[in-house]
Design a protein around this ligand. Structure first.
Ligand SMILES: NC(=O)C1=CN([C@@H]2O[C@H](COP(=O)(O)OP(=O)(O)OC[C@H]3O[C@@H](n4cnc5c(N)ncnc54)[C@H](O)[C@@H]3O)[C@@H](O)[C@H]2O)C=CC1
Ligand SMILES: O=C(CO)COP(=O)(O)O
Length: 336
């Protein structure tokens, strides 16, 4: 049994707390919202996220970080990517320096183009060493994880030992954790598949057909691979759970927030209106900006990402987006 603090009581932080408690750990959850902390402590339900799930009594929750950091052995960051830097800076003072720190967020920071493990390494420097940092990624919608539906993910880290500790800590019969030592490949897959899921949603919303969606997923995987390999990631990682696995679930699942955004855009709604009606984060929106700029700097061709950018931020009609993709110069299929 380990003492674990989960930072962020949103959908995934809450779902992973259930897994960690089931795996026999002592789980303390930090929430931003007092009604969330109240609901979890008094009613064993999170009133704001996955509210239909009854949580184990052993999970306690507080809004006061001082009360959430009683020398935990592991800290899980489950807040969205765009606030990771701010949240980690605020939490740093409460760490004792011996913790293993795990990001489960899937995004690339705007402007710096850093992955979440890189953001944590930078912010927590001086207290936490890179070897103490890891990630969990893979096809794992909170709605299913929290209801013990069979789920498989990968644990990765800058240290193989740390990856193994993360694996052991999360393992339950319904949450199977594989090791993958290619942390950059794992994080790029997890972030870029969200862009592809927006595109998949657009295709569904605009009724562009199953052929288009299969093409999108296949070419999307190729695009994820191209960026990831340019950054030193392994080709095999993109065929794995944090690559193809997560791409498939996010492009097809009714639970996906990114697909939901794309679907509504495909139906003619405006991005701002869609987002203002969601209480959960769709990481792909901000990540599209990061990845498009980054790919230009790195000279990596990412036509689907560029098309999603145009639909999200330049008001391009989804049908024009598909037409542009379909009428690009003829090419060979496999060019990395
Ligand atoms: N929901 C899911 O099924 C999965 C989510 N993820 C990733 O986990 C991360 C979190 O996602 P969700 O839990 O779905 O998000 P969510 O939208 O359900 O919850 C976000 C949480 O972050 C907190 N938060 C937002 N801004 C904050 C700030 N400035 N300071 C402190 N806390 C803040 C919110 O209060 C909330 O507790 C994302 O990167 C997502 O891609 C990964 C796998 C599955
Ligand atoms: O990463 C996820 C599933 O593995 C969650 O995807 P969405 O954020 O699109 O719901």
């Amino acid at each position: 049994m380990k003492k674990i603090t989960v930072v962020g009581a949103g959908s995934f932080g809450t779902a992973l707390s259930v897994v960690l408690a089931r795996a026999g750990n002592d789980v303390q959850l930090w929430a931003r919202e007092s009604e969330v902390a109240y609901g979890i402590n008094k009613r064993h339900r999170n009133p704001a996220y996955i509210s239909d799930v009854t949580l184990p009594d052993s999970i306690s929750c507080d809004t006061d970080p001082k009360k959430c950091f009683d020398d935990p052995e592991m800290v899980i960051f489950a807040t969205p990517s765009h606030v990771m830097r701010e949240v980690a800076s605020n939490i740093k003072t409460f760490l004792n320096g011996n913790e293993i720190v795990v990001s489960v967020a899937k995004g690339i920071e705007n402007k710096t183009f850093k992955t979440m493990s890189q953001v944590l390494a930078e912010v927590l420097e001086g207290k936490i060493m890179d070897d103490q940092i890891g990630v969990i990624s893979g096809p794992s919608h909170a709605e299913e994880v929290s209801k013990f539906k069979p789920t498989t993910v990968v644990a990765s880290s800058y240290s193989n030992h740390t990856a193994r500790v993360i694996q052991e800590t999360f393992l339950t019969p319904m949450f199977r954790v594989y090791l993958n030592y290619d942390i950059i490949g794992v994080e790029i897959g997890g972030a870029v598949k969200n862009i592809m899921a927006i595109a998949a949603g657009v295709i569904d919303g605009a009724a562009l057909g199953d052929n288009a969606k299969a093409a999108l997923m296949t070419r999307g995987l190729h695009e994820m691979k191209r960026l990831g390999m340019k950054l030193g990631g392994s080709q095999d990682t993109f065929s794995g759970l944090s690559g193809m696995g997560d791409l498939v679930v996010t492009c097809t699942s009714e639970h996906s927030r990114n697909r939901f955004v794309g679907y509504n855009i495909g139906r003619g709604k405006k991005l701002d209106d869609i987002i203002s009606q969601m209480n959960m984060v769709a990481e792909g929106v901000k990540t599209t900006r990061s990845v498009l700029e980054w790919s230009k700097q790195l000279n990596v061709e990412m036509p689907i990402t560029a098309a999603v950018y145009n639909v999200l931020f330049e008001d391009e009609d989804p049908k024009d987006m598909l037409y542009e993709l379909m009428t690009r110069n003829p090419k060979e299929e496999i060019i990395i």
